[in-house]
Write a protein that binds this ligand. Structure first.
Ligand code: GLV
Ligand code: MN
Ligand code: MN
Length: 414
């Protein structure tokens, strides 16, 4: 039976978020918990301790994904799962990812202290390396879990210092024994901050994305000719950084030139040897293209790649372009999206159907199980920055929507 009067403990949710925010806290008020770093390990250790306090059955798989299982009345039925990630961007915020782990933890706490049993088991998950900023690509472990990415390929990803993903996973003690493989799920809900301005602009408390944009990642490598900047005339230089500069502006102009609904960004660049008095002879930069329309995103890449080749020729800088990662746009399960909106209505929270421009593990889980997300507003639409914030009231509201959506799914017999 659904208990409509049940609510999570907003104060306890706040305390768990504030405690987690101390791990990797940055002077600017954010957190830096890069994936598989010492800070990631500390956050995982605390998470596992909290799972134990709730008597959950803990499993760690070979990608380091951490699952905590609460039995149901009928453990032959597929569980309802919710989770997100404890890793963060460099100089990231205190809500991205961790809200989606502390939210379901609070849901399970609420059920535990009220002695509420659900028909189906419930599972909470922390996915390894959602962010993809230390080891590209993002969402890699839900990707392996869903069968979309290869485990050994993921293990061989390296960071800028040349550390391998698998070695770092072992170093922090989170390479588990369980195969990283999807198991049957009745429903997956991911609770997250919006990371954009829509909810705030519309004055709504809860967002239910109908799905997630496609994400296409590319890596570009340019060669130039290094030389002393003083004696070398401007004519005839092969300056790899100048070539990159023109290319970056071409990426920025791309959405307008395509005349469609998309975004395109260069967010990362390495310049070598990176000395003010040497003409750069090597540059690496990244391209991120997102749209609801997969074909438009691909056409945009074709166009900009042609620009790149032209610029590289003009500047005499050989170029290599690699496709690092591609996830098609993901429409969520309509029934679950409606359930999120209905739970918000039942609880008296204003709500909005929208799309997610940010990538989430829900994108890969959606390949193998009915999936939906719950968004709460980001103040000023800011995210992936230290000032990222959401009001405690909104965190609590989203937690209540998660509680009721999960309970309803977990009490379904089929
Ligand atoms: C994940 O953080 C993304 O890039 O959207
Ligand atoms: Mn996130
Ligand atoms: Mn993020």
């Amino acid at each position: 039976m659904e208990n409509n009067t049940l609510r999570i403990n907003g104060q306890r949710l706040r305390e768990s978020l504030e405690t987690m925010a101390q791990i990797g806290a940055t002077p600017g008020g954010g957190v830096q918990r890069l994936t598989l770093s010492d800070e990631d390990k500390q956050a995982r250790d605390l998470f596992v301790k909290w799972l134990k306090e709730l008597d959950l059955e803990i499993t760690i798989d070979e990608m380091g994904n951490i699952f905590g299982r609460r039995p149901g009345k009928n453990n032959n039925l597929a569980p309802v799962m919710s989770g997100s990630h404890v890793d963060s961007q460099p100089k990231g915020g205190r809500f991205d990812g961790i809200l989606g782990v502390m939210g379901p933890l609070e849901v399970l706490h609420t059920l535990h202290e009220n002695n509420i049993e659900t028909e189906r088991p419930m599972v909470i998950v922390d996915w390894t390396n959602e962010e993809g900023s230390r080891f590209a690509p993002a969402m890699v472990s839900s990707g392996v879990w869903s069968g979309a990415l290869e485990r050994d390929w993921a293990y061989d990803r390296t960071d800028l210092a040349g550390n391998r993903f698998e070695d770092e996973l072992i170093r922090i003690g989170y390479k588990g024994a369980e195969p990283c493989k999807a198991f049957p799920l009745h429903a997956y809900y991911e609770y997250h901050i919006e990371q954009g301005p829509m909810l705030e602009m519309e004055g709504k408390t809860i967002g239910a994305p109908k799905g997630i944009l496609c994400l296409h990642w590319y890596d570009i490598y340019l060669d130039g000719t290094a030389n002393q900047v003083g004696p070398t005339p401007m004519e005839g230089r092969n300056d790899a950084l100048c070539a990159a500069a023109e290319m970056i502006l071409a990426v920025n102009d791309l959405p307008e030139r395509m005349g469609g609904n998309m975004v395109a960004t260069v967010g990362e660049i390495q310049n070598y040897p990176n000395s003010r008095n040497i003409i750069p002879d090597k540059v690496h930069f990244t391209v991120d293209i997102r749209s609801w329309d997969d074909d438009l995103a691909l056409a945009a890449w074709d166009k900009v790649q042609q620009d790149f080749v032209k610029i590289a020729e003009q500047r005499g800088c050989p170029i290599r372009c690699e496709e690092t990662w591609r996830v098609n746009h993901q429409p969520f399960d309509q029934r679950l999206v409606e359930r999120v909106l209905q739970s918000a209505d039942m609880l008296g929270y204003s709500n909005l159907k929208m799309v997610s421009g940010a990538g989430h593990d829900a994108s890969y889980v959606n390949h193998v199980a009915p999936t939906a997300m719950i968004f709460v507003p980001s103040i000023g639409g800011r995210s992936h920055v230290e000032v990222e914030a959401t009001t405690w009231e909104d965190c609590e509201a989203g937690g209540n929507v998660l509680l009721h959506a999960m309970m309803e799914s977990a009490n379904e017999s089929d």
